[in-house]
Design a protein around this ligand. Sequence first.
Ligand code: PSV
Ligand code: MN
Ligand code: MN
Length: 406
Amino acid sequence: MGISAYTFFEQQQADRGIDLEQVKQQIKALKIETPSWGYGDSGTRFKVFQQVGVPRNPFEKLEDAAQVHRVTGACPSVALHIPWDKVENYDQLRSHAESLGLTLGAINPNLFQGDAYIFGSLCNSNEDIRLQAVNHVLECVDIARATGSSLISLWLADGTNYPGQDNIRERKHRLLSSLQKIYQAMDPHMRLLIEYKFFEPAFYHTDLGDWGMAYNMALKLGEQAQVLVDTGHHAQGTNVEQIVAYLLDEQKLGGFHFNSRKYADDDLIVGSTNPYELFLIFYQILDASRANDAGVRQTAANIAYMIDQSHCIEPKIPAMIRSILNVQTQFAKALLIDFSAVKRAQEQQDVLAAENAVREAFEFDVTPLLYAVREEIGVPVDPMRAYLQSDYGQRILARGKGGASW
Ligand code: PSV
Ligand code: MN
Ligand code: MN
């Protein structure tokens, strides 16, 4: 891509009244956290395929994550999942991250794999098991202190498979009381991000089945609790961007788990099947960042952007790079929306003009823009090519098969 493509693009956007310098600043500021588990082996309930070269421990997962940050400059932090990433000494893990130019990000408790949790964790009718689950999350709060993390992102597998299996309202009460114990243990700068999902592994009812249930819990807990939107956790046809807008307006949107889905919680590369949805999510965020209400603007500015994907059949590091590039692309396109044109059309109730003002931004090729941004921050203009041309992928083959797996 030569200078001329960018010059043409610059002129095109100047003619539309878009301040490209500001757009570039915003692209540079977008940071996306990658998940440690995205570098390990994962699969479906049918099979986990083992790949050669997969990290054998949390230290090696960080080394792989550092490659993604090296070529994109956009992924300086890594989320941990406990106990998948449990280590003896978190100071050592933190120093290792720092030596790689990374920080440790959200701590994700695991309330779904312990044998005790067959009938649930924080909602279990057995008080001892509920306490065990609460204690695990409290341990994660301690880990967050040691790793310098400020986010606890909590997903529950709790639910039932059959009508009558347990009392839905009592489970709701148990959940709130468990969450209150966790919330009270957090330091003032920490945030509890509550993730919801409509089904799986429970198939009849799920205790945090949708954004409304997560929102209700976050509201009852207090300011430090917010909702986490995992883009793959909705029923077919759900308007995810409306949920995003609603939660932003209530100042309760805390973060995202980005991934793509076709049928259910498929955990595919974000933006691979539904790029327009991702673009429209960013449209809502950028719209909120221009809101009159300072609280809404602040909420939009503090969103934790995280990837949550399972790379079952694809090589993991390039899959993560692809994900980051897809997010950057849709974000860059959303930044090209002419918000005054949208507003004008809305005021005139001109449906077609309003829809056009949003869609036309999606239709621009932002490659020259992203190349220019990367050149300015000193990362390869084509991060995927740079990674594939490096020998890192070859070198890690020496790790062999049978690395970390969920
Ligand atoms: C559950 O489906 C989920 O989205 C939660 O965020 C978990 O922590 C993660 O996946 C595990 O892969
Ligand atoms: Mn998730
Ligand atoms: Mn999921």
